[in-house]
Write a protein of this length. Sequence first.
Lengths: 392, 310
Amino acid sequence: MVADTAPHTAPQAASRGSEPANPPAALQVRAWLARRSEAVAIPLAAVAAGFLLFSLFLLALGKSPLGFLDIVWRGGFGSPFALQNSLQRAAPLLFAALCVALPARLGLVVIGGEGAIVLGGVAAAAASQPLAGAPPLLAIPLMALAAAAAGAVWIGAVGALRAYRGVNETIASLLMSYIAIALSNHLIEGLLRDPQSLNKPSTRPIGEAFAVGPMPGMDVHWGLGIGILACLAAYLLTERTTIGFAARIAGGNVRAARIQGLPVGRLVTTFTALGGACAALAGFFEVAAVHSNANASLVAGFGYTGILVAFLARQNPLAILPVAFLLGGIEASSGLIQRRMQLPDATVLVLEGILFLAVLLSETLYGRFRVFSPHLWAGKRAAAGVPATVQA
Amino acid sequence: MSGAETGGDLGLWTVLLAVIGGAIRVSTPFLFVSLGETITERSGRINLGLEGTLVFGAMSAYATAVVTGSPWAGVLVAGLAGGVFGLLHGTICRFPGVNDVAVGIALMLFGSGLAFFLGKPFIQPSAPPLPAIPFGFWSDLPQVQAALRVNVLFLAGAALAPFLWWAFRNTKAGLVVRVAGDSADAARAMGYDVDRVRLYATGLGGVLAGVGGAYLSLYYPGSWNEGISSGQGLMAVALVIFARWNPLACFGAALLFGGAGALGPALQSVGVTQGYYLFYAAPYVLTLILLVATSSPDRALAGAPGELAK
């Protein structure tokens, strides 16, 4: 088939046709590579375009874009210390991005991860109090479980409202986020307050015994390892299980999914609850591995950066890994940017906003480049640009 | 004089007055953003980025007022800046395959980020505030006088709501916007470029949101800082759903939300500090309850623009 269509098509295809020994399997691999490289090339180009726009912004301010890149490299990636700093910041972003990417499988846009992070941190700190004296190997997972449960209930409620009441999940999740932060402040300043924390209200410290330490061989806490595992698990769940398949169908066409008898309401609630549990784990690690108690530092914007990570990764749990690392590095270099370039801390926010817009705009490019067409590389004439009628 | 004496034991009245006064004071940004979003959504598009526009409007108004000494120049610049953000949203959403909700979220983050970036030098200096009209002049009670000091922008918003209600029904522009929002095909059949209608509607929505931001920084709370808006822009978007895309209902809903927002500070002013953060959350809880109450499981809501219900 391949060999006898080739002479009619473009010269490029003709040269391929001269190797009739190519087994179909190799062609399939090429087609698969072409499709996959589109999913990599377009976001990369969008990020590059975003950086270019940001460079214009810097030039307008009289700052050097190359100097900026150099500082981001040195502050985020260029040394073992910088790398560890970036990874440490990437950890909460992994969890926060999953809170967006998992519901996105069902076509939902959930942006309330920030609240689930804060609530998870407070729940973990609260759970540590009655557990005092228990063996850490039992207590630490229980603290994580308390955090995850709080987050699951919080964001799961948003999903349930969407599924059973038709409430707009984007707005509801952000409202729930504000409510979660207010509730956490109320608890930190009242019921859970450590009387000894005077200037900065905090909960009682979780105690040395319950602190989550660094992973072996590096100075990065276990949140990174668990976060990577969570992304892998989310990938397997969405791509390799029937539940994930059902979720994707429901995300594509709710009515079709209902006709197929899929439990759409339960799927929506499950995926949002899982997302909430993930975000809350970020809060757990912030408390157990970084702050040692819950306080206002939990409201650090990880939830919002997580939204950007998920969209940059196009809601793919595996792609979240490199994107979180990249943004973790950019945020890690924020201090250096302020000191060396005399730019305000919001510089990173401007860059992130531009990157976000560039990536969303790039969505319109998919399917527009023939280079990425799997049909071209699989040797089928239809997509090679010549209409079938002309060939006939 | 008698007011100062009775004010002490009439704590409830003080709270009530403060809530009424607060409703008038706090509602203005809600009113402007929700009217702007009503125009945008009636054209068939959702702009969630008005939160960012509100923050950027607040910053640009404050900075302009500091530099020029005129708060009205600040309102003008805020409106223009808001319009630019709206046009940006409308332009990006013209491209096929681009999700308007996601673009809104991106603009929310971008608008706030840019406002924080450019607004750093203006946190310290103080800007001249917008004028207010003392409608409480007839009363001796300072609480009544404080409650009835009404800002000019509130009156402008209060006039804009019935005007928009009228314009949607009785003008050609209003009809074109509604047709674009209810059925893009019908609008195309009438010979209108749907994307352009939505572009202008989103731009106009941005202008109003920018003016709402000017009110925040130039009247109440009347300063520029990075925490100036905590979700008011987003609550106003929720309010549009509650108001069923009706400008007149937006006015009532904005007053209700303003009152809820004023509850925390009002209680604090009479010495109720217990649960301050929970009262602070009252507007969010109220928004959520109203959102749940007015939503329905089978998507299409009464009064919703047809293109949004798809």
